[in-house]
Design a protein around this ligand. Structure first.
Ligand code: WT7
Length: 566
């Protein structure tokens, strides 16, 4: 596999990562495996009986799984995959919430040498199908409900899909025809240890992410990413065995896997797995009741917690909250308002530490680490081993750091960090064009102040960030294009005080259709049915024309300026 990662990184940063690698163990036959570092390494040592997971359901029931138990469960799942004929490099997907099966599948698949890929439960059939096809999903683990409602109908269009395992759901529907019962299959499987067959460069994790144009990109990471997972679990979060860590990210996205499962476990911490969706009152209570020591969340959630705290009812709750166990609160995914940083300090006793990274970087790259002064509104400084800068692309293709402080440019990373993505599957050109002159170009605009703090300015492309989720306009446009009334459609983000941005579609109609309320509802319904409510546009604006370039491409940036249309 060609990697652009070998290696413009300077000698100091190579030494740094080599030292971080030495902090990890190795499976018995050498090599490197993320699940071995996350589970087996602790299972056999003095921390084996500590809880790896605390799964909390909607009624507050807590189920604990120790590292030792998780080792056996993941052995079983890995051996089940082997018995089903899975070969290293084959893809195992989940479409699950934060429930034991998610963790068992992710870690068991990694142990077996499979590639693990999580899907977002709120996706509708279109985004699910695109991703499962592109990622050559061979095994899917999901609920009976998700399966029958969204996936079963296109199973035959997925030639690679061989096995579907369904977890027990509260409706007790059992395993529908053509699927296997996850719980029973695990019980029947062989629990003996598995020696993972992987080395540092073998593929491990696949995450889909969106660009301005075209289908979603499948960013592939190798087992070596665990070096960054572990280094950041310690360096950014200060995690050690016994710490309670709560990452609130949805398991369908990169943060939900890397910091919701892998990184904290490599440090021996206990992961809180909350099955429910966001609820401000419940979240405040969870922080207290679970004695969360380190909390990793996102600006949209923080803004909603702030909003509740601004009410009399919320105040009554937060005034009596005991967050004495909370050592560190951190944020990721969207710009964190300076007010939110300070609100955390004042009302929760801890300021929010902003962190920056991306699907492609595989782990945190820039952060306000403990012990360094926070500049509210800044993403912090590059971590040790990470060479980040604000750069310009010269006409001759050369990449040069901007010289003056506080100057906006492209946020770029010198290639060669261990969790750097290794490809966009089947899209070599797209992958190559993310790199230039020894740099990875992030697609974000940023500036760096005279003291080396990085400040987020915006995206250089047209993707939409809504409630922390990256949404590709093209995917949304495609779901509307084949509505019989639509002539053309352009999708862009509209600023929103809570979610950062919301998805809005600008539509021109074919002759004979009226821009009325019934049509608006019909368009919204079609989009929701295909894309899922989290991705579908929240607003439709009917326009006469869409702004275009001379070559006929929609100018999404100008769409935003169109506002509410005529
Ligand atoms: C994009 C990456 C971060 C991992 C999970 C999401 C935006 C990320 C920050 C931050 C402002 C941020 C960027 C980035 N972003 N962190 N601290 N401040 N913006 O990964 O879905 O690949 O999204 O999220 O635009 O490029 P992702």
């Amino acid at each position: 596999m060609e990697t652009f990662g070998e290696l413009p990184a300077d000698a100091a940063s190579r030494d740094y990562w080599a030292a971080q690698r030495r902090r990890l163990a190795s499976p018995p036959d050498g090599g490197l495996n993320i699940a071995f570092e996350a589970v087996d390494r602790h299972a056999d040592g003095p921390d084996g009986d500590r809880p790896a997971l605390r799964c909390i359901d909607g009624r507050g029931m807590v189920e604990e799984i120790s590292f030792r138990q998780l080792a056996v469960l993941t052995n079983r799942f890995a051996r089940l995959l082997q018995r089903l004929g899975l070969r290293p490099g084959d893809a195992v997907f989940t479409l699950l919430g934060r429930e034991p099966a998610l963790y068992i599948t992710a870690l068991g698949a990694l142990k077996a040498g499979a590639v693990f890929c999580p899907l977002f439960s709120a996706y509708g059939p279109d985004p699910l199908r695109t991703r499962m096809a592109k990622g050559r999903c061979k095994v899917l683990v999901t609920s009976a409900r998700q399966w029958t409602r969204k996936v079963a109908a296109f199973r035959n269009a997925l030639p690679d899909l061989e096995h579907v395992l369904v977890v027990d759901d509260p409706w007790g529907q059992g395993a529908p025809g053509g699927t296997l019962d996850f719980g029973r299959a695990i019980e029947d499987a062989d629990p003996r240890p598995v020696v993972p067959p992987t080395t540092k460069d073998d593929p491990a994790l696949l995450f889909f992410t969106s660009g301005t144009t075209g289908a979603p990109k499948g960013a592939l990471h190798a087992h070596e990413a665990v070096v960054v997972h572990h280094a950041t679990a310690r360096g950014v979060f200060g995690l050690a065995p016994g710490d309670i860590f709560w990452c609130t990210a949805d398991p369908g996205w990169v943060t939900g896997t890397v910091y919701g499962i892998l990184a904290p476990l490599t440090a021996g911490a206990t992961v809180i797995a909350d099955r429910e969706e966001f609820d401000a009152v419940r979240w405040y209570r969870l922080l207290q009741e679970q004695s969360v020591a380190v909390w990793y969340t996102a600006p949209t959630a923080i803004r909603m917690l702030m909003r509740l705290d601004a009410t009399a009812e919320g105040r009554a709750l937060t005034d009596t909250l005991d967050l004495s166990a909370l050592r560190l609160a951190a944020s990721v995914g969207e710009p964190l308002n300076p007010q939110a940083v300070l609100w955390g300090k004042e009302r929760l006793g801890k300021p929010f530490h902003d962190t920056w990274w991306q699907t492609e970087t595989g782990g945190i790259m820039i952060a306000n680490v403990p012990g360094v002064d926070i500049r509210p509104g800044s993403m912090g400084k590059p971590l040790p081993g990470v060479q980040a800068d604000v750069v310009d692309r010269r006409p001759d293709g050369r990449i040069v750091p901007v010289s003056a402080p506080d100057t906006t440019g492209i946020l770029a990373l010198r290639t060669g960090w261990p969790s750097q993505f290794r490809s966009y599957i089947d899209e070599d050109d797209r992958y190559r064009s993310s790199f230039a002159d020894g740099w990875y170009l992030s697609g974000d605009l940023a500036r760096k102040d005279a003291d080396g703090y990085f400040w987020f300015v915006g995206r250089a492309d047209d993707v939409i960030k809504s409630a922390g989720h990256l949404i590709g306009p093209f995917e949304v446009e495609s779901a509307l294009m084949d509505h019989p009334a639509v002539a053309e459609v352009g999708v862009a983000g509209r600023p929103d005080a809570i979610a950062g941005e919301i998805v809005r579609a600008y539509v021109t109609l074919k002759p004979g259709f009226d821009a009325d309320e019934a049509l608006r509802r019909s368009l919204l319904a079609q989009a929701r049915q295909r894309l899922g409510a989290a991705v579908a546009p929240r607003e439709i604006v009917f326009v006469e024309n869409l702004p275009k370039t001379n070559s006929g491409k929609i100018l999404r940036r100008e769409l935003r300026a169109l506002g509410d249309g005529p």
